[in-house]
Design a protein. Structure first.
Length: 148
């Protein structure tokens, strides 16, 4: 049995899941330094098996200024052999935006939309394999997203 399993695993080529695009950023609440939101991303899983994302930790930047951290609210599954949009719910602490993010705040006041950057790692599990995948997402943060 162990030999059969090792042959099966060695015969599987595991391909990277591809981030095609960030489709939407929705900030649902921003109160007293706490931030909740959803990022919708288009992902392609070229593998013949689904992958479950159980954990994700990010550092949030507005432009080049670190403004906080965010974590995955709920685990989700990326379907096998499919390209589709996934809404990823995040919750975090953006209290640094009030103290250290002065340049981003000044940009917001003068109508300039800053770049929102999330840098971090996603832990994904598929079959018998767990991988930590580094991620860097960048999108324009529209000021209207903060007023929803």
């Amino acid at each position: 049995m162990a030999i059969g399993l090792s042959i099966l695993i060695s015969g599987c080529e595991i391909k990277d899941i591809e981030l095609r695009e960030v489709q939407d950023v929705d900030i649902s609440s921003f109160d007293k330094g706490k931030i909740d939101g959803k990022i919708t991303v288009l992902l392609n899983n070229p593998n013949s098996f689904g992958v479950t994302v159980k954990d994700a930790d990010f550092v949030i930047f507005a432009g080049k200024t670190q403004v906080g951290t965010a974590n995955l609210k709920h685990s989700f599954k990326i379907d096998a052999n499919e390209e589709k949009a996934y809404p990823i719910e995040l919750s975090g602490d953006a209290s640094d935006a009030l103290s250290g993010g002065i340049s981003a705040v000044v940009g917001m006041l003068f109508g300039k939309d800053p770049k929102l950057v999330l840098k971090g790692n996603i832990k994904a599990k598929g079959l018998f394999i767990t991988r930590t995948i580094p991620v860097e997402l960048e999108t324009d943060l529209k000021m209207s997203d903060l007023t929803n």
